[in-house]
Ligand binder design. Structure first.
Ligand SMILES: [Zn+2]
Length: 434
């Protein structure tokens, strides 16, 4: 005899029905709000463009008006200013080139994510007639399909409407090839590569074949009962990752234009990372607080392993109560002030920016030309983007004796950035650049 179907409580049914109705209502309200926000971003973008028109000089200088406004909005929203700048551009694009999509969003027929799919695909169509036709058909689809389903439909439609052949587009797209990193949690990070699909698939295929070969090596007869001679227990994913790391960290590129100019060629170039380790962790008394560049936490064992191989150290002494950096010394004498500032700041000091200090320039918070001293109380790390923002726009920075920096935006809003607090050893693999 078959099981009887479970009996559901009517009250539970009512709760679910209400929840679904409320969620539909929330989704509708969010779409309307998003359409309003797009208009606000677009309005700000128009102001930025208007201001930059009055800057006749280089492109870099013209972009400053935009960057300054993006930073103003970013500080107010507590968003990264790069994200704000991207959203400004996307908003104006939606308003100017995809009016029907914005309308559909405002009427809550589609969501913000559907609208982004329509815009991302549609920007590839330069012809306004083709774009309007594309837009109308994808909106109709988006009104009844998921985001992923809409994206697949939009891609297929683009292929149909696209005036440029796939090979021409590939040539253009290939110019965007690049490598980047993303931090993950638990001491992990991701490495991304964007390149031609054939090349990327070939890389993955070769790693897979190599990994299968590694895993098929039989346990050596000679191992006997040796407990260390265990079979390779790594998964195929783990072996692929290990092989890729090994190839990148130790391999030598087949094409090496530096072979004659550089001793050892490209193969002699080694990776450098800055490791920040609290003194107690370095000494083995604690397992906490170690990181790469002050932003990717790593395990104490990894940190001590890396320290053992580092030739030179900066020791950073901090105040036991406030944590403020008091002094820096190192085993080799050198102008300590730059090291002090990099050690104190860890990363760029513009609010929200995490560019590591070693990729930053050291800036006089109060301009040197206006009498700002070259002292640690007036120096701070800024990445190129934010250094330029401070130099080229009316954003100003005022530094306090504890290293805090009060930023004032062109509209008079203020925000204070405080340096990181830690007790640390910073290994210095590079010879001093001065
Ligand atoms: Zn920055």
């Amino acid at each position: 005899m078959p099981d009887r179907p479970p009996v559901f409580d009517d009250r539970e049914d009512a709760v679910l029905t209400d929840a679904v109705a409320a969620l539909v209502e929330s989704e509708r309200a969010l779409a309307e709000l998003e359409a309003a926000r797009v208009l606000q971003f677009a309005a700000a973008m128009r102001v930025a463009l208007e201001r930059s028109r009055h800057r006749p000089r280089a492109t870099q200088e013209r972009e400053m008006a935009l960057r300054s406004i993006a930073a103003e909005i970013g500080v107010a929203l507590r968003w990264n200013d790069r994200t704000v700048q991207r959203r400004l551009g996307e908003a104006l694009q939606l308003v100017d080139d995809f009016p029907a999509t914005l309308q559909a969003l405002a009427e809550a027929r589609i969501s913000a994510r559907h609208a982004a799919v329509i815009r991302d695909g549609g920007v590839e169509l330069d012809d306004p007639v083709a774009r309007t036709s594309y837009e109308a058909r994808v909106i109709e689809r988006a009104a009844t399909d998921t985001v992923a389903g809409t994206r697949a439909f939009a891609r297929a439609l683009l292929e149909e409407l696209h005036p440029v052949s796939i090979s021409e587009r590939f040539t253009r797209a290939e110019q965007q090839r690049r490598v980047w990193i993303d931090d993950d949690v638990d001491g992990m990070a991701r490495l991304g590569v964007l390149d031609g699909a054939a090349k990327i698939r070939a890389m993955y295929d070769r790693l897979t074949r190599q990994a299968r070969a590694v895993r098929s090596v039989p346990r050596p007869e000679s191992a006997g009962d040796d407990p260390d001679a265990v079979d390779d227990r790594r998964t195929i994913d783990q072996v692929r990752a290990d092989l890729l790391c090994d190839l990148v960290l130790t391999g030598q590129p087949a094409i090496d234009p530096t072979a004659d100019a550089l001793p050892g060629g490209l193969g002699a170039i080694r990776a450098h990372v800055s490791v920040v380790v609290p003194a107690l962790t370095a000494a083995g008394a604690s397992d906490r607080g170690a990181s790469i560049d002050g932003q990717s936490p790593i395990g104490a064992d990894t940190a001590r392993h890396l320290l053992a191989g580092a030739p030179v150290w900066d020791r950073v002494v901090t105040h036991p109560v406030t944590g403020a950096v008091l002094a820096v010394d190192r085993y080799r004498p050198s102008p300590a002030i730059q090291r002090f500032v990099r050690a104190r700041d860890v990363h760029c000091r513009f609010p929200g920016c995490r560019r590591p200090a070693r990729a930053c320039e050291i800036d006089h918070s109060e301009d040197h030309a206006r009498g700002g001293p070259t002292a640690r109380t007036n120096l701070a790390c800024l990445c190129t983007r934010h250094h330029t923002l401070k130099t080229e726009t009316t954003w100003t920075a005022r530094q306090g004796p504890d290293g805090s920096i009060e930023w004032t935006s062109p509209f008079g809003n203020t925000v204070t950035d405080r340096p990181e607090r830690y007790v640390a050893f910073v290994p210095e693999p590079d010879p001093p650049p001065f």
